[in-house]
Write a protein that binds this ligand. Structure first.
Ligand code: ZN
Ligand code: ZN
Length: 268
């Protein structure tokens, strides 16, 4: 099954192209399923603290869902479109997130930790945050947040598990114990993880998560999805075949797909 479960579009303010462009590109490259998964609106910061072009506005969510559902119906004979969302995990805002997402018929929600408090560690405009604490401390805080996200039950897929390495930071201490612990928590939660191939094109030049972590997750029988994290239509499915090859090398035979938040395993 050829799928891409992680894509964005212009509503977030830092991607290009409309939803239809991503669907058309997915058809062009021969996918059977395309997951549309734009960033969730930012709910924990006052307007003046939100960096411009971070995510759609709160009142755009309903329109986003409507547009995806219309495309789903329109293209049903050509490709299966999934209504997804990349949902931020924000510590202390679990109830608000649940309230925001529950009215909509999502096929899946990716749970991503971009924010540690008010700081978006993944935003290249906010690099000063990296100078405030030792790197290994920041990594530990990040993985603790991933664990809380998994325990919250709000999400179906762990987004870019080790994205904290995105800008090339490396902890000065061995952090494998907290990574192992986090994988155990994910296993217990029943969530899937994604191989997110956008990392190949970032400073780290490596998929999220790193192959050594994929190997550990496969050993724990954590299911995987595949996603490009495309922010422009031409990037749909880019790198995803490398991700698939990696999974196959680790002996994975099935991939997780989602319909109305139910996981369905299909042949990789
Ligand atoms: Zn984005
Ligand atoms: Zn993300």
């Amino acid at each position: 099954m050829f799928v891409d479960y992680h894509t964005h579009h212009e509503r977030c303010g830092h991607a290009t192209g409309v939803l239809r462009d991503y669907v058309e590109q997915a058809i062009k490259v021969g996918l059977q399923q395309i997951g549309l998964s734009d960033h969730m609106p930012i709910i924990h910061l006052p307007k003046e603290k939100i960096y411009p072009g971070s995510a759609m506005e709160l009142d755009e969510l309903e329109e986003y869902v409507k547009e995806v559902l219309n495309l789903k119906a329109e293209y049903q004979n050509q490709i299966e479109i999934k209504l997804g969302l990349e949902g931020d995990y924000i510590e202390g805002y679990e109830e608000q997130i649940e309230k925001l997402l529950s009215p909509y018929p999502f096929d899946y929600i990716i749970g991503s930790v971009h924010f540690l408090g008010e700081w978006d560690h993944s935003d290249s405009r906010q690099m000063e945050g990296w100078r405030k604490k030792p790197i290994s401390e920041i990594f530990a805080e990040y993985y603790q947040a991933v664990q809380r996200a998994a325990k919250s039950g709000l999400y179906d897929i762990v987004g870019h598990f080790d994205v904290i390495k995105k800008h090339g930071h490396a902890p000065e201490k061995d952090i494998s114990p907290i990574i192992d612990e986090t994988l155990q928590v994910i296993k217990a939660s029943g969530m899937a993880m994604e191989v997110n191939t956008s990392g190949l094109f970032k400073v780290v030049k490596e998929v999220f998560p790193a192959p050594s972590i994929i190997q550990k997750a496969v050993d724990l029988e954590i299911p995987f999805t595949l996603g490009s994290d495309a922010h422009q239509p031409e990037h749909v499915h880019v790198g995803v075949e490398e991700g698939r090859k990696l999974l196959k090398e680790f002996g994975v035979q099935q991939i997780a797909t989602f319909t109305e938040r139910q996981r369905i395993m299909v042949s990789l």
